[in-house]
Write a protein that binds this ligand. Sequence first.
Ligand code: ADP
Length: 491
Amino acid sequence: MMITSRNVYLAVVTVVGLVLVGWGVASLPSFTPSLLFTLLLILAVAAQVTSTSLIGEDVTVEVSTAVSMAVLALYGAIAASLVAALAATVVILNTLRLSWPGWLRALERLGFNLGMVAVSMYVAGTLFELTQGWLGANTILGLIIPWFLAAIINDQMNLWLLIVILHLQNQVKPSTIWHQHKWAIPINVLVMSLGGGVLSFAVTRFDVIGIGIFFLPIVLSAYAFRIYVNQTRRQMERLEDLVAERTDDLKQANIELGELHKTKDAFLAVLTHDMRTPLSSIKAYAGVLGKGNLDEDQQARISRILLRNQDSLLEIVNNILEIEQLQSGTPIELNLVDFDVAYLTALVSENLIAQAEEKNIRLQYEPDPSPIMIHGDREKIKRVLTNLVSNAIKYTESEGTVVVSCESQDDYVVVDVVDTGYGIPEEELPHIFERFRRVKGHRHIAVGTGLGLAIVKSLVEAHQGTIHVTSQEGEGSTFTVRLPLHASQES
Ligand code: ADP
């Protein structure tokens, strides 16, 4: 340990305290009746433990010092000093049990606190005895002044001994500490002088019963206070649980947000990639066209390629616009008319024949011979069918087959789009209608946003219809749309 003014001060206070305690212990036999003394000692400890847990370690209302003051009046300064020191020690031991600062710190704290209260009480006690001797124990002034004087001196000595160590140790300004504690001074002085006076009076008049009169309320209030503290602690724990729970919720929300961001980033990456392919193609062929000297056949072929690429771009843009609208929660506006679904299915298939042929895929349409009329939004249903058939072509190898059929079953029209393509893995099937969802292995097969099927599902459901898929990986898929023949009234 280094020799610093703090350490020297600490050592001096501790040693003086220990000397006083030693002197007190040596004088124990003279403190008679000893039962009374022991009871007062217990009372002091009980009061101190209660008041520290009530207000905290830093500022204590000196209930126990009131007991020491009574001891002072009954047994003298050295007895009071011993009682005060023991009460303080028990409290410090009690707080050390809760938070252990390490051996040296614990000893320092014990020593200093013991010294502080022993010295203060001894000095106050000596002054008490002097003034009482001077004023006489039975005069009115002799009954009042020594008590108040001792209380003030005791309280201030305690405070200043503390201020000095805090100043040496943490360079805290003495005035700051004094201001922090000043509100407690009048309370302490009152409790010490009145409490001490009343207790010593009760003991002189009623002996051990006098302690009971004082002791019982303190024990009861200590008990009530324990219950209160425990309840508060439990409430705090519950609060902490609640906070922990909320923190978990927040963490979960953050994870979800992170996933959403990832999905969005992935979507943007795919999107820019997907838009780049048709755009580069358009750029390249436009360049070829610009050079001129192409025969008509070549020109026609290039213009077909340009148009197809434009269609791809348009589809991507349309999908994004549409999904935005569907996501916004506004109900889908349906432009309801009566139309023939069988004819529409044929038309859509015909429109996509060229696309199928380009991939060498056989696109077959097996129509119901008679018209199937429904009441719905023709453009939207056309979009549904186009999407499904074009997906079937997109996700089928060349030489494969896509069969589209349309028939009425009871009150429904059922459109099947069957392909002999790559199929969808079983674990993906339940999610395939979710937005941005694409089968991993399909990404390099065809451009796409993973929005088409989500839009298709919303549009079908807006018509009170259903969409269903069965698929076998490597063998093909069947998408089945069922639309009610009469149900699509104004929505
Ligand atoms: P995309 O723009 O990617 O085609 P869709 O929402 O239309 O988006 O389809 C989502 C995914 O479902 C596709 O990426 C593909 O993996 C899978 N899929 C859709 N239709 C078929 C099909 N007929 N055969 C196999 N997989 C399909």
